[in-house]
Design a protein around this ligand. Structure first.
Ligand SMILES: [Fe+2]
Length: 251
């Protein structure tokens, strides 16, 4: 059998992710776009069985799971160029709205269904353009934590879907909700989070301007300007760890 047919899909994905992200990609770079497209095609084939992960069922009584983490992570591999692992979300849970500063990312559902709501940050220079009022009001000390953004898209993804892709400029902030039961997705981040290198994860809350509360019809378009408030990690969200059972990956 030719060697490539024996190579697991996750190993091929890791190798292609390394090729894609080993050099800091320039925006619009043709070679980078081609490599990213190859990576996306490989990811589209990925299913839970390839990683030897059995799709989880809805758990029993809520009391029995009250103290277990709503979300767990299986680490697969990490290099300076990218990290890869699997997030598993229990029924009814979410990964709250968060960012990936200066990073690329790819999310590929391997079982179940997720809803991904994504946002772009708007250039800091335009933050002085308005002085919005919110309900409930933002307190004076919170003003520095306000971030102007655009709601870019809301979409549902299953294991049949292509990966959802984010870049430093587009779809960089997102919230991921489990829909209709437990779900899991393979996650690639490039470069990995590194607080010492300016890539820490921040959490946000979507604010509602007073104009919408008092009845001004919100823009019906999918994409619209939104204000986000940077917040501490929500207390009902934390991520546990569990061992990765799938094929070994080496780079
Ligand atoms: Fe994320």
């Amino acid at each position: 059998m030719p060697r490539d047919n024996m190579t697991s899909l996750v190993q091929k994905i890791a190798r292609q992710a390394f090729i894609t992200f080993k050099n800091p990609p320039a925006f619009g770079d043709k070679v980078f776009c081609e490599n990213q497209s190859k990576l996306s095609s490989l990811l589209t084939e990925m299913r839970a069985a390839e990683l030897q992960i059995a799709p989880r069922k809805v758990e029993g009584s809520p009391a029995s799971v009250a103290h277990s983490p709503p979300v767990t992570y299986m680490h697969i591999c990490e290099t300076d160029a990218f990290s890869m692992g699997v997030f598993l979300l229990k029924n009814g849970t979410s990964i709250p709205l968060h960012d990936h500063p200066g990073m690329y990312g790819m999310v590929k559902v391997i079982y179940g269904k997720v809803r991904i709501s994504s946002y772009d940050r708007v250039d800091k220079h335009s933050e002085a353009a308005g002085d919005p009022h919110f309900s409930p009001p933002v307190l004076p000390f919170q003003r520095d934590a306000l971030r102007r953004s655009i709601r870019r898209s809301v979409g549902e993804y299953t294991d049949e879907s292509s990966p959802c892709i984010l870049s430093p400029q587009k779809h960089n902030l997102h919230q991921i909700d489990a829909v209709d039961g437990p779900t899991a997705f393979l996650d690639i981040l490039a470069p990995p989070y590194d607080p010492d290198d300016g890539r820490d994860c921040h959490y946000y809350k979507v604010l509602t301007p007073v104009s919408e509360v008092v009845g001004k019809k919100p823009d019906s378009q999918e994409q619209r300007e939104t204000w986000l408030l940077e917040i501490p990690q929500p207390s009902d969200f934390w991520c546990g760890g569990e061992p990765y059972p799938g094929p070994e990956v080496s780079l």
